[in-house]
Design a protein around this ligand. Structure first.
Ligand SMILES: O=C(O)C1=C[C@@H](OP(=O)(O)O)[C@@H](O)[C@H](O)C1
Ligand SMILES: C=C(OP(=O)(O)O)C(=O)O
Length: 429
């Protein structure tokens, strides 16, 4: 589906952002591993989270979508799963494939996981290496790195002490889920701290788990108990509208119930360093996650350097931060972000190609890019989304401040994380 984005003067009002994708995946998985009822409200119903839901159903989990944003799980504990009758499809979702591998490796049965053309190109060895050390047997394309992945699980899981070469919440979470089945204590250390939703939710469900700096320690064998989970609004989805309000004149936006976990909210920190007027209101905790309301006003931004340990806390927001940087005074440099090359598409290449097409000057680096503001965006072009939801939505926000309309190909990929993105945008027009 090709979508036309027309320029806009300002955006104002209150915007309801859908539930957090990372937390929705985890609530489905951890609820299925627990004993008793888990009720998930404000669940994100999108292509990625439905992939997780369908895989869990295929291995016997008792899950029901009770309405558009509510899921009820009747969990029967860690050992309640059965061998699936068919190949399991994680579609476009890296989180689904990697986290589910952690569960499947601890089941005494055979399973095969696949995904779409994008997911079949994303590296899986980073998860398979530690999970193999814990007892699971894996086979995959290209020396075991790419899906389809065959898994011969085992009910004899060894604990592990592991240092991950990359800061990845998906790798860490796969090991943590597998470690629930181990006889003994496991420990994972990351080079930088990645999002800790799995740790927070496991603790909330009763697991014996401790976070200290970039190290997590977990005991195997503990029983998890079903819980009520309220999924906060997704800060990654909110970021598109936050940046839109910042770069358009005379705009004020209120976004309620946003998850503001420090391992996820690096973009807010950076935008504030750039001079953004963002006020945090009504801070509270819901199921072990900090949640707040955000009030955002048009701001004069200035360029910054974004690098090092903040990168994992804003990795999915880099495309939209690039849009903000194009409207900031001075230069913005993004480095240490090589991981962007292993997402739904190579996001560094995608940003550089499509910004150039729109008339924005940007310089590619191996590990990021450099961009100067304040640039005029000519528009009047057709951009590619590369079937990557974050690229599609970032280009759409750039299109709002372009001098002419832009077209974006394959815009329906926004269904991966934000099915009603265009409807929300139109309510703010
Ligand atoms: O665990 C998660 O929910 C996610 C972790 C990140 O990936 P990596 O673990 O590969 O960094 C992030 O980019 C992805 O959108 C969601
Ligand atoms: C990278 C993303 O997700 P995943 O890794 O789950 O495909 C994302 O949502 O930006």
């Amino acid at each position: 589906m090709k979508t036309e984005i027309k320029p806009l003067k300002s955006i104002n009002g209150e915007v309801a952002i859908p539930g957090d994708k990372s937390i929705s995946h985890r609530a489905l998985i951890i609820g299925s591993l627990a004993h008793g009822t888990t009720k998930i409200t404000n669940f994100l119903r999108s292509e990625d989270t439905l992939a997780t839901l369908n895989i869990l159903k295929a291995i016997g989990a008792n899950i029901e979508l009770t309405n558009a944003k509510e899921v009820v799980i009747e969990g029967n504990g860690l050992h309640s799963f059965q061998e699936p009758e068919d190949i399991l499809d994680a579609k476009n979702s890296g989180t689904t494939m990697r986290l589910i591998m952690g569960v499947l490796a601890a089941q005494n049965f055979y399973s095969v996981l696949t995904g779409d053309d994008s997911l079949k190109k994303r590296p899986m060895k980073r998860v398979i290496d530690p999970l193999s050390k814990m007892g699971g047997l894996f086979f995959g394309r290209k020396q075991g790195n790419y899906a389809p992945i065959t898994i011969l699980g085992t009910d004899d899981i060894f604990p592990i002490f592991y240092s991950t070469p990359v800061a990845s919440a998906q790798v860490k979470s796969a090991i943590l889920l597998n470690a629930l089945y181990a006889k003994g204590t496991s420990q994972i250390t990351e080079p930088y701290k990645s999002r800790d939703h799995t740790e927070r939710m496991l603790k909330y469900f009763g697991a014996n788990i401790e976070e200290k700096g970039t190290t997590v320690t977990i005991n195997g064998g503990d029983d998890l108990k079903g819980k009520e989970v309220f999924v906060p609004s997704d800060i990654s989805s909110a970021s598109f509208f936050i940046v839109a309000a910042l770069i358009m004149e005379n705009s004020t936006l209120l976004i309620k119930d946003v998850g503001i976990n420090p391992t996820r909210s690096g973009a807010i920190k950076i935008l504030k360093m750039m001079g953004a007027e963002i006020t945090t209101l009504n801070l509270r905790y819901l199921n072990n996650e900090p949640v707040c309301d955000l009030l955002v006003k048009s701001s004069n931004l200035k360029g910054v350097e974004i690098k090092g340990d903040i990168i994992p806390t804003l990795i999915d927001e880099i495309p939209i931060l690039a849009v903000a940087a194009s409207q900031a005074d001075g230069k913005t440099l993004i480095k240490d972000a090589n991981e962007l090359r292993y997402k739904e598409t190579d996001r560094i290449k995608a940003i550089v190609n499509e910004f150039t097409k729109m008339g924005i000057e940007i310089f590619e680096r191996e590990d990021g890019f450099e961009i100067s503001g304040k640039q005029k965006i000519k528009g009047n072009c057709t951009c590619e989304s590369y079937n990557d939801h974050r690229i599609a939505m970032s280009l759409a926000i750039a299109g709002l401040i372009a001098e002419n309309p832009i077209n974006i190909n394959d815009f329906d990929c926004v269904n991966i994380s934000y099915p009603r993105f265009l409807d929300t945008l139109n309510t703010l027009r």
